[in-house]
Every structure is written in C-alpha cells, then in structure tokens.
Design a protein around this ligand. Structure first.
Ligand code: PHE
Length: 370
C-alpha cells in the first residue's frame, strides 16, 4: 500500500516538475498510456479475488484520477506560460509611425468631369462615348460641314496619313461626332466596340471625352476635353436648352442665379446657334463667377440642324433637339483658379499635388451624390 502512495507521490511530483509540454506528455504515456504503470495496476485488478478487488479497485482508480488531474493542471499552467511567452515576444508596437507613402491625386479635369456627369445625371442624362480616332463622315460631313469648310484644313485638324483607299482618319476635333453615332446607332462600327449602345429617340445624353486641335497658347492645348450634350425629342425648343445650361452652371459653380447670355453664333450643325457667356467679375485681379459686369464664354450650343437629323435618319418634322458643348478644362480653370491651360497636361508632379484632388474627398455637395 505504501507502494501506491509512493507511486502517486512520485507521479504527481513529476507532473508538477515537468518543464515543458513534451516532458509532460512523456510522463502521461509512462503512467496512463497502454503500457503505463497506472494502467498496469488497473489491469492487475482482473486477476484479483472479489474481496481484494473491492478493496484495491477504489484505491487504484483514485490514484489514476489524481494523477490525471495533476497532469491536466500542469498542462493548463504550461499552456498559459507558452501563451504569455508568445505575447511577450510577438508584441506589435502600434506607436511606430508608418513609412511614408506617396499618394496620388485626382487630376482637376477628371474631378470636373465627375462633377459635370453627376449634375447632368441628376437631370436625367445618360453618358455616351465615342472613339478619339474618327472618320471625316462623323467628325464633319454628317455634322453638315460644307466640303470646303476651313475647319477641315490641316492647321486645325490632326489627320492621319491616307489609307490605300484614300480615306484619311483624324483625331476628332470635338465630341459632336458622338451625336451622330448616337442618333445613327452606328457606334458599333467605332474602333472600340464597347462604346454606348445605340438608342432610339427620345435621347438625352452627355458625352465626355478627349478632343484634339492643332493649337497651343495660354488657353489652348492640342489635346483638351469637351462635354457634349444632346437632347432629341418631340417639341424640343430653345427655352429648354437655356434652362438646362443655366441650371447646370449654377449647380457647377455652387452659386444661385449666375447671369448668362446667349450670343448668336454659327456652327454648321446647329440652327440657330449660340455661344453661352456667364457673368463674372474680373476686377481686383481675381475672377468671381456670378458677380459683376464682365462676361466669359463657356459653351457652344444650338438647336440641332435639320440636315443633321436627316443625315441620321430622323424626320425633322417629327423630332427636334438641342446640343451643347462645354470645354471641360476651361470650366476647371474657372472653378479652381488655374491660370494656364498648358500646365494641366505638363505632368508636373508639384502642379498635380497642388491642384489635384484627394481620391478620398467627401462627395461634392453640388453633385447630389452624397
Ligand atoms: N462642337 C462645338 C465646338 O467644338 C461645340 C458645340 C457643340 C456647338 C454642340 C453646338 C452644339 O466648338
């Protein structure tokens, strides 16, 4: 019987002294495993007489339970120690400053385009697009440019070398060819087929895009951006054109009641045609929109010419429309005080970080997309 007490004392002492989980597991196997010392004692019960077993059974089982408990307790303690050691060695120092990362910014032109699209989207306009590389038909002929119109000349238009069949592709000089592609539903023939799906009238689209003219000074760059608008429906009139543009301008400049005037002008594809000027104040060296007595040209516009409708298979007796074209970069210069248009495309990182917008900025309250 002292044997049992001694064995128990040895085993529980060994459990308490086990230095790590591997030593403890070795001890468990030695005591409680199939060939273990305690398991051997349990097996010996089978060979005992009933009287002996009645006495020894509880003692041996008690021993087994207590050894088991001692091992479990030690395991819990060792687990806690191991976790404590890991927590201490793997500590992350959250107070370390992060390594600096260069953050890009949204180009003012793209910011302005987003703002314009948001405002027109709220008025029910969809976005349409067309290819930068155009043919003479969409850029000029279908837009009612007479064959000898000066805008077709080399000094305005970037032409590609003629193809073997004599056709000369060009870089579109305005976004108006997408009017034609939208009305004729032939955008599928455009070099990039993912452009806007064709649609029957009524049509209400805006067309943001890059445009190209051989021109460069403080307010002209060979590549610039336009935002075209086209509305085709029954009974469309100039009052709606005027309301649309005036409403857009006050939302864009976030100023109520910006004065606007529509000056008669000429475009081959609209009749009547006008240029839209907005009220501004240039005194004091700073440009203020919506105040003062000066005027600033911001858009060309007009009622879609009946010949253009006919060229697109629409009967001018049934369908009328208006169109307009804004210079996007120019609107950006006005809204964000950028003095020279050429800087916008000079890819100067200092300029971009000064005039650029945070990609994570709060939505523009004027956009209605908050
Ligand atoms: N396409 C014209 C331009 O580039 C602008 C315009 C568009 C005028 C639509 C009238 C209607 O100058």
């Amino acid at each position: 019987m002292t044997d049992l007490s001694q064995l128990e004392a040895e085993l529980t002492a060994a459990a308490a002294a086990a230095g790590d989980l591997a030593a403890l597991e070795a001890l468990r196997v030695a005591a409680l495993g199939k060939q273990g010392s305690v398991s051997g004692l349990l097996k010996s019960l089978g060979a005992m007489s009933p009287d002996e077993r009645r006495e020894m059974g509880p003692r041996i089982n008690g021993l087994r339970d207590r050894v088991q408990t001692a091992i479990t307790e030690r395991k819990t303690a060792l687990d806690a120690e191991a976790l404590g050691a890991r927590l201490a060695s793997e500590r992350v120092d959250l107070s370390l400053p992060p390594s600096p990362r260069r953050k890009g910014s949204v180009h003012p032109t793209m910011q302005v385009m987003d703002e314009m699209v948001a405002i027109f989207a709220e008025m029910g306009f969809a976005v349409a697009e067309g290819p930068d590389i155009e043919d003479d038909f969409h850029n000029f002929t279908a837009l009612n440019f007479p064959p000898k119109h000066p805008a077709r000349e080399m000094h305005d238009t970037f032409f590609f070398n003629p193809r073997p069949d004599g056709e000369r592709r060009l870089l579109r000089t305005h976004t108006s060819p997408v009017q034609i592609r939208t009305m004729r539903q032939d955008n599928a023939g455009a070099p990039a087929p993912q452009f806007t799906p064709p649609q029957d009238p009524p049509i209400r689209v805006i067309i943001p895009g890059r445009t190209y003219r051989c021109d460069s000074d403080q307010t002209h760059t060979p590549m610039f951006h336009q935002m075209e608008g086209l509305v085709i429906d029954r009974g469309v009139h100039m009052g709606q054109l005027k309301w649309t543009l005036e409403t857009f301008i006050s939302r864009f400049f976030e100023t109520e009641g910006v004065g606007a005037r529509f000056r008669p002008h000429h475009f081959p594809f609209t009749e009547p045609s006008a240029e839209m000027d907005i009220q501004c104040d240039r005194s004091g060296g700073e440009l203020k929109i919506g105040q003062g007595t000066d005027w600033l040209e911001v858009a060309g516009c007009g009622m879609v010419h009946p010949n253009v409708l006919r060229n697109c298979g629409l009967d001018p007796e049934e369908w009328q429309g208006f169109a307009f074209g804004f210079g996007v970069d120019r609107l950006g210069m006005l809204k964000y005080g950028i003095p020279d248009l050429r800087d916008m495309f000079a890819s100067d990182v200092r300029w971009l970080s000064h005039y650029g917008f945070s990609p994570f900025a709060a939505p523009n309250p004027a956009s209605g997309l908050s």
